[in-house]
Design a protein around this ligand. Structure first.
Ligand SMILES: C[S@@+](CC[C@H](N)C(=O)[O-])C[C@H]1O[C@@H](n2cnc3c(N)ncnc32)[C@H](O)[C@@H]1O
Length: 287
């Protein structure tokens, strides 16, 4: 079970991605001209997709991949081109419809089955790899890890996902943003610290068979996101922290990171983080 807060947030995201932001999202994920701000988001998202694809096998013939929160399906198409049997699922029927419309001819054995619904639906079956690109960033850390646990039990190879990194200035500005009216803002992105996330993953029994294999940050103008690879392979690039050892950089719900360690180099950088929501089409108001 994913939990009540997961279900509530999924409902908000369905409304948002299926109605409020569907036009902006459709445009952002096409070749149509966009504002300079959104061009940086598009470039960042392209780079992130490239990172996640680079972590998948070059030949995916016969492998099952879940594109969890597929949006308009760009990653699914690339995986299918490598021969993968892709299940592409999203809670937004409109975005899945767009993905179907945009689907190019896929030469070779690869294919995509589009589904509307929850990425955690057990009827989707088992997978060799799961990718959740920017589809868990609006969920609380506890819900992210519960979702990873559910996905992990159905995955033989790797679970690749992204999170919004938490930084000191982002936290301050999010707090300040609570004084602004909500308007048509998206459901808030929930930034997480790497240390806090590692600790939660280490403490999740369903993820015991997985190793935190690698991570990579993409920072492109108004887009900021961390890619993380959990794999069943034994090799790790970083040791896992002891779950009993307090996190030095501040936990997920802990105090601000010490400013000297984590302050962004410029106000502009902080504004970029704050405006990450430009990626989902609301134009970048304070959170
Ligand atoms: C920021 S978009 C990213 C879409 C796509 N992964 C990409 O990178 O282009 C997040 C997507 O996740 C979908 N989503 C959020 N929660 C979901 C859930 N629980 N199950 C399936 N889709 C979900 C949203 O509807 C939205 O299309």
């Amino acid at each position: 079970m994913a939990g009540a807060s997961y279900d509530t947030r999924r409902g908000e995201l369905t409304t948002y991605f299926d109605r409020t932001a569907v036009e902006a999202w459709s445009r952002l994920t096409s070749d149509a001209p966009v504002s300079r701000i959104r061009a940086t988001v598009r470039a960042g998202r392209d780079a992130m997709r490239g990172t996640l694809l680079a972590w998948l096998p070059a030949d995916m013939t016969g492998l099952r991949l879940l594109d969890a929160g597929c949006g308009t399906g760009a990653l699914s198409v690339e995986a299918a081109r490598r021969g993968a049997e892709v299940v592409a699922i999203d809670v937004s029927p409109t975005l899945v419809g767009l993905a179907r419309e945009r689907l190019p001819a896929i030469p070779g054995a690869g294919r995509i089955e589009f589904r509307v619904g929850d990425m955690l639906d057990p009827s989707l079956g088992r997978f060799d790899h799961v990718v959740a690109m920017d589809s868990l960033i609006h969920y609380r850390a506890a819900d992210i890890v519960r979702a990873l646990a559910v996905l992990g039990t159905r995955t033989e190879g790797s679970v690749l996902f992204t999170v919004a990194p938490r930084t000191a200035l982002l936290t301050v500005m999010h707090a300040a943003g609570k004084f602004f009216p909500r308007g048509d803002r998206s459901p808030a992105i929930v930034p997480v610290t790497e240390g806090g996330l590692r600790r939660r993953i280490s403490a999740e029994p369903a993820l015991n068979g997985f190793t935190w294999a690698q991570s990579h940050r993409v920072n492109s103008g108004f887009y900021l996101s961390n890619a993380i690879a959990l794999t069943r392979a034994a090799r790790a690039s970083h040791p896992r922290p002891d779950p009993e050892v307090p996190e030095r950089n501040g936990g997920l719900e802990g105090a601000l990171q010490p400013a000297a360690r984590s302050l962004e180099p410029s106000f502009e950088a902080a504004a970029q983080h704050l405006r990450m929501r430009g990626m989902d089409g609301t134009g970048g108001t304070a959170a």
